[in-house]
Design a protein around this ligand. Structure first.
Ligand code: CTP
Ligand code: MG
Length: 256
């Protein structure tokens, strides 16, 4: 598949778990907001992609100078993440063909590498369903008893962390999200809406350091990950971004 994908970046959240003085996409790493880092990574992988950026309509912090894409639009975010993504799909409905690939990536994941982005894109090229970056669970998993004690140890075999991007054909994703909405189900990722249609999205093994900045300690960690990745990074040819964004040799998740 050579066509550049559509990119949907939900960035309309409030960052409540982060508890900062501003939504987490505007907290800074090395002097730049998280949002700018994330968009730079996406642009380094897909310089010709068309971007839909979902922002809170009241958002006054956003600066278009952080957007490196030639073709992009601002879309008003909704109440939940899935509402923001749905609004983005509606915003491109007149232009997108049903079989166009749409990659949805959380703005709060600035550490995604160009290598993982390109591998996901290649893996989905001929996939009839679509799929997502994911990482196998490494820790032993406990289920609590609701009272702070262990009720059971869950087998971790076959369990994965769902990361982003998640990529699906425009027509399928729109139908999946509409079906979930009609059923009154709030999905927290695109894949679960597609799964609810009875389909099985492809799991594409991705790096474990594709962290979603969620809690206060995550910001410094993301900064350290970006710095470590940048030291060994190479910018893929064709990229006009100044952002360094590739995996240090040997440090990434291997195909599992
Ligand atoms: N998001 C969005 N629209 C919403 C809610 C979330 O576009 N109504 C986006 C966030 O900006 C983020 C992604 O969805 O990029 C994942 O959401 P999450 O990590 O939950 O971010 P927040 O909702 O901002 O954080 P919190 O849940 O702690 O408030
Ligand atoms: Mg949230």
């Amino acid at each position: 598949m050579s066509a550049a994908p559509w990119l949907v970046v939900p960035a309309a959240g409030q960052g409540r778990r982060m508890g900062g003085d501003r939504p987490k996409q505007y907290l800074e790493i090395a002097g730049r907001p998280v949002l700018a880092h994330t968009l730079a990574r996406l642009h380094a992988a897909f310089p010709a992609a068309r971007l839909c950026l979902c922002l809170d309509p009241e958002d006054a912090r956003f600066d278009p100078a952080w957007v490196p894409f030639a073709e992009w639009r601002r879309v008003p975010g909704g109440v939940e993440r899935v509402d923001s993504v749905t609004q983005a799909l509606e915003a491109i409905a007149l232009e997108a063909a049903d079989d166009d690939l749409v990659l949805v990536h959380d703005v709060a994941r600035p550490c995604v590498t160009v290598a993982d982005l390109m591998r996901l894109h290649a893996a989905l090229a001929d996939d009839p369903v679509g799929g997502l970056l994911a990482a196998p669970v490494a820790d032993t998993m406990k289920r609590d008893d609701g009272d702070g004690r262990v009720a059971a140890t869950e087998p971790r075999t076959g369990l994965w962390h769902a990361l982003t991007p998640q990529g699906f054909r425009f027509g399928l994703l729109r139908r999946a999200l509409a079906t979930a909405r009609e059923a009154g189900v709030v999905v927290t990722d695109e894949a679960s809406a597609v799964e609810a249609l009875g389909l099985r999205p492809r799991l594409v093994s991705g790096r474990r350091d594709n962290l979603k900045i969620t809690h206060p300690e995550d910001l410094a960690l993301a900064g350290q990950i970006l710095a470590a990745q940048g030291q060994a990074a190479q910018i893929p040819s064709g990229s006009t971004s100044g952002e360094t964004a590739s995996a240090p040799a040997g440090a990434g998740a291997m195909e599992r």
